[in-house]
Design a protein around this ligand. Sequence first.
Ligand SMILES: NC(=O)c1ccc[n+]([C@@H]2O[C@H](COP(=O)([O-])OP(=O)(O)OC[C@H]3O[C@@H](n4cnc5c(N)ncnc54)[C@H](O)[C@@H]3O)[C@@H](O)[C@H]2O)c1
Ligand SMILES: [Zn+2]
Length: 467
Amino acid sequence: MAVNNALDRHIALVGFMGAGKTTMAAALSARLGRPVFDVDKEIEARYRDTIPQIFEAHGEDRFRRVEAYAIGAAVERRHPSILDLGGGAVTFRDTHDGLAHAFTVLLDVDVTTAWERARGSDRPLAQNEDDFRRLFDERQPIYQEVADAVVESGDVDGVILAAAGIHHELGALERLGELVPGDGPVALVADSTVMGIHGPRAQEALGARLVSTHDLPPGEEAKQLWVVERLWSELTLDRGGTVVALGGGSVTDTAGFAAATYLRGIPWVAVPTTLVGQVDAGIGGKTAIDIPHGKNLVGAFHWPARVVIDETLLETLPDRERRQGLAELVKTRLLAGSELDVRGAAAYKAALCLRDPHDHGVRQWLNLGHTFAHALEAAAGFDLPHGDAVALGLVAALRLSGRDPSVLDELDPRPVAVDRDRAWAALLRDKKRTGDAINLVLLGDDGPKVEARPAHVVRAALDTLIA
Ligand SMILES: NC(=O)c1ccc[n+]([C@@H]2O[C@H](COP(=O)([O-])OP(=O)(O)OC[C@H]3O[C@@H](n4cnc5c(N)ncnc54)[C@H](O)[C@@H]3O)[C@@H](O)[C@H]2O)c1
Ligand SMILES: [Zn+2]
């Protein structure tokens, strides 16, 4: 266990025959927009022969050498890809070492399932059940040793979460000490409300690693320069230390930014305690504070070393805050085109962020409804909760996508009383325009897309959101 995530790194899939590596590789390729490098296929193409034939003609030892060479070449490739490794590849030392810089995921499968899937194939090592089972037992410790993460066979979201460094588990807070990578000192940052409710358990879980605790003002008040300055001066960590941010998006944005800048950047761990945090703010490495000119205008991309999602932390969340998160969850469901839970929504965002960490492309899909939401928030002098504004923004985005906005009924979006001209002016300020058209994230038949709509159409859609 050395590599924390697959940002800018290959994802190497290992596991026994029948673990579903090839199916998984294809699914990950589609979700992450990365090419698959299938080592067996590569070797077959080079030798113009099938693996069983190569095995037969040259023996296993020789085959492993060829395999290690092919994997070495794959790992050297610059663009992060999905490496689909043969089941026996990691038994060879050279391969093992070659994987040191990839994020290696063990697809876990039980031996009976694996045998059911592999029997009757022409795979040389799947001809006899007893041999198969013996080999399975022999390989397990080797897989465990190379794996940066272990995921159930078939769990695509599980691999994506792991690849993003996200750990989702009920009650995970109790294991925070083990979940913070490394064994160095930890500074715990939380807003005063969350510190009061969940701080003691977090402190206990961190044990002897905890060297300091830091209380921030609750809510958006935390996202100010003086708060970050105070953190900079209070922190006693060296570069081997880790900042743990326990709280909603306001805390993770602020503490993450402090971690990004302190000593030119030290690792941090997000432990989101709001629904917004668990499906959105805690994921993807964007950190920021506000300045008088506007929200989130100063910040940094600083991917957390780990994100710990413990849904039991939401039990103490006030309804009003839960509603804010529900809007982002519904937004994510619309983008994905399926009924996602918290884990699924976290994985959806994680995939877009891994694909586009610096927000030049598909990550912008996450702004569905937000052009309208930001305009309404600005016109309301930021006296409108973000989730309520997003709910309204989604109404407009659905209408412009030719969809029925009644799917948003659970959010109960209600038009707000703000000045129409002020809202329109804010929208124009916020948006890049191409001539008289405005670019928006909309939903197409094949999923989300960015498309231009004439200004008067956009203005009419905005007007329907205003009472
Ligand atoms: N970085 C990103 O990608 C990103 C994405 C979305 C939002 N954000 C930012 O997130 C911020 C909003 O964060 P938020 O909505 O998570 O809320 P928040 O952090 O502002 O917290 C809201 C309130 O809930 C309380 N609270 C939090 N967890 C609680 C719990 N478990 N039990 C009881 N009370 C709890 C807090 O004390 C606070 O009073 C905004 O500043 C926004 O810009 C960032
Ligand atoms: Zn939002």
